[in-house]
Design a protein around this ligand. Structure first.
Ligand code: TRP
Length: 337
């Protein structure tokens, strides 16, 4: 059994508070799929320094993201959880790949264009430009066959595939596995509470934008009660952009309660207005997050628990990553040490 499980790799940046969007769109599915896959889940700390960062915060968030993976049910006996920077091969392979990456491939990445548009052109870090190369290294080092990511990462996956093909052409077709992207189902895509036409993001500063996985019940109630809806009163799923707020609340409700759309619409057909919907959504979110938050508190009572697990994860990851790196180094002509 174990031998036939497909290799999977994914990661989240420790660059803010993880949201219910990260949970429903990524971590929950990773946990559900872990029996099917030989999975590697990393905390991509090297990616988090491509924009301005605070060292103390990076350290704290790196542990926090790892503890959230565990609290959400990623089982370290089934999946490997590790911190990207603990496996030095990521940085090393990224350099080797950088030297095979045409600049044009990087300039056309929409994430680079979006993020760099917010800064002065010449002061944007080179790391922000080469971000996709590091991401390709993360994936290719493990010969991952499947990469579960949000729709916004599709272009980075295409880039990874192109780069892997280029390397295979130059250094042998069996150098890298060409990875497939795995996009979560539509019901797992959660939008911002303050702006339901944009994806919920952990790096958005606005107070009422996102519910964080570790938010207190009262904070969750407040954020959801203040979420943007419309002036109607119909509580139905809809892909009409003007009804995106209500649709998002229903999507959140459905994801947390696992009921059918019909059952949910029937349930709310007698509601007096959006206030009733919001109350019900808030309680469903609070109730679902409660066991995760409880487990998070237990796990983090002693940070050594997390650090020990991460050390074990890094050791397992290193064994695989170093093997791939050695093959690439040899094929590119480096003298072995
Ligand atoms: N760029 C990804 C994101 O922002 C994070 C990431 C980095 C990643 N390395 C990865 C995702 C490797 C999947 C595989 O969501």
């Amino acid at each position: 059994m174990t031998q036939n499980r497909k290799r999977v790799l994914s990661g989240i940046q420790p660059s803010g508070n993880l949201t219910i969007g990260n949970y429903l769109g990524a971590i929950k599915q990773w946990a559900e799929n872990q029996h099917r896959f030989d999975a590697y889940y990393c905390v991509v700390d090297l990616h988090a320094i491509t924009v301005e960062h605070d060292p103390a915060q990076l350290r704290e968030k790196t542990r926090e993201v790892a503890a959230i993976y565990l609290a959400c049910g990623i089982d370290p006996t089934l999946s490997t959880i590790f911190v990207q920077s603990h496996v030095k091969a990521h940085s090393e392979l990224a350099w080797l790949l950088t030297c095979q990456t045409p600049l044009g491939w990087l300039y056309r990445m929409t994430q680079f264009k979006d993020k760099s548009a917010k800064q002065e052109a010449m002061s944007v870090s080179t790391g922000l430009l080469s971000y996709p190369v590091l991401m390709a290294a993360d994936i290719l080092l493990y010969q991952a066959e499947v990469v579960p990511v949000g729709d916004d990462q599709r272009q980075h996956l295409e880039f990874t595939r192109d780069l892997a093909q280029r390397m295979n052409h130059l250094y042998g077709e069996d150098t890298f596995t060409i990875p497939e992207v795995m996009i979560p189902p539509a019901g797992a895509r959660i939008m911002g509470l303050d702006n339901p036409t944009a994806k919920m993001s952990k790096s958005e500063a606005a107070q009422l934008h996102a519910v964080y996985i570790l938010d207190e019940p009262d904070t969750i109630r407040k954020k959801i009660m203040k979420s943007v809806t419309d002036s109607g009163k119909e509580i139905q799923f809809s892909d009409d952009p003007s009804r995106a707020g209500v649709n998002n609340l229903l999507t959140i409700y459905q994801a947390f309660t696992s009921q059918s759309a019909e059952a949910i619409e029937a349930h709310f057909s007698t509601a007096r207005g959006y206030g009733d919907l919001k109350k019900a959504v808030a309680e469903a979110v609070i109730e679902s997050l409660q066991p995760i938050q409880q487990r998070y508190r237990e796990l983090t009572e002693d940070v050594r628990n997390i650090d020990d697990l991460l050390a074990q994860g890094a050791e397992k990851a290193r064994a695989i990553a170093n093997r791939t790196l050695a093959i690439v180094q040899e094929r590119m002509g480096f003298l072995s040490a």
